[in-house]
Design a protein around this ligand. Structure first.
Ligand code: ADP
Length: 200
């Protein structure tokens, strides 16, 4: 599955919850880039100024990173990609990758949140966590880049019948149960319910 939504929509928070409820790894390209920056790896050094400014890392680099990550054992029986794909070129790279693996997407969760709310959340996070790309200027820039580069992806997945729109406003648990309900509506069940089914 994929989870998409503008910066500040609560993607990362919900992705962690989905990961534990459905028993699949949450693979966040943003987290991977930030960890590399923090540890000063060659990749981190290469992308630091791009990520700090709120721009997108080049597709070639991001595609290779995801391809490598999806080779790991924990991703064999499913995964949730958070923050990827973000460009049409990344969509087509992911398509090729999944075809190669004989896998397909079960659903694309879109977290819907209005602009004022997401800016307010990011400003709060800036105070709490001090992410360099949460400065007012970088926040505004990330919203623009999202609108231009990433919102067109929503139409692609809607046309494929994969889009699951979920209202992102409200508490973490409230939004979380909306997601669980929407997925159940498509026959996608939490790990615990899948287990009990196979026993029955
Ligand atoms: P947010 O959605 O709040 O902006 P993320 O943690 O998803 O935060 O991403 C942080 C930054 O990491 C992005 O602004 C971008 O610089 C980089 N990044 C993450 N995923 C991608 C991607 N798929 N393609 C290009 N750059 C990415």
């Amino acid at each position: 599955m994929l989870i998409v939504g503008p910066p500040g929509s609560g993607k990362g928070t919900q992705a962690k919850r989905i990961s534990s409820v459905y028993g699949i790894p949450d693979i966040s390209t943003g987290d991977i880039f930030r960890a590399n920056i923090k540890n000063g790896t060659p990749l981190g050094v290469q992308v630091k100024s791009i990520v700090d400014a709120g721009d997108y890392v080049p597709d070639s680099l991001t595609n290779a990173l995801v391809a490598e990550r999806l080779e790991e054992d924990d991703a064999r029986n499913g995964f949730l990609l958070d923050g990827y794909p973000r460009t049409l070129e990344q969509v087509s790279s992911l398509d090729d990758l999944l075809t190669e693996k004989g896998q397909s997407l079960d659903g694309v969760i879109q977290l819907v949140a209005d602009r004022d709310e997401v800016v307010a959340r990011l400003t709060k996070r800036a105070q709490e966590q001090g992410r360099v790309d949460d400065s007012e200027e970088a926040i505004r820039h990330r919203q623009e880049v999202y609108l231009r580069e990433t919102s067109p992806l929503i139409d692609v997945y809607r046309d494929r019948g994969l889009l699951i729109e979920v209202d992102g406003l409200g508490g973490v648990d409230e939004v979380g149960s909306r997601i669980t309900q929407a997925l159940a509506g498509r026959g996608i069940l939490p790990a615990s319910e899948r287990d009990s089914e196979s026993v029955a």
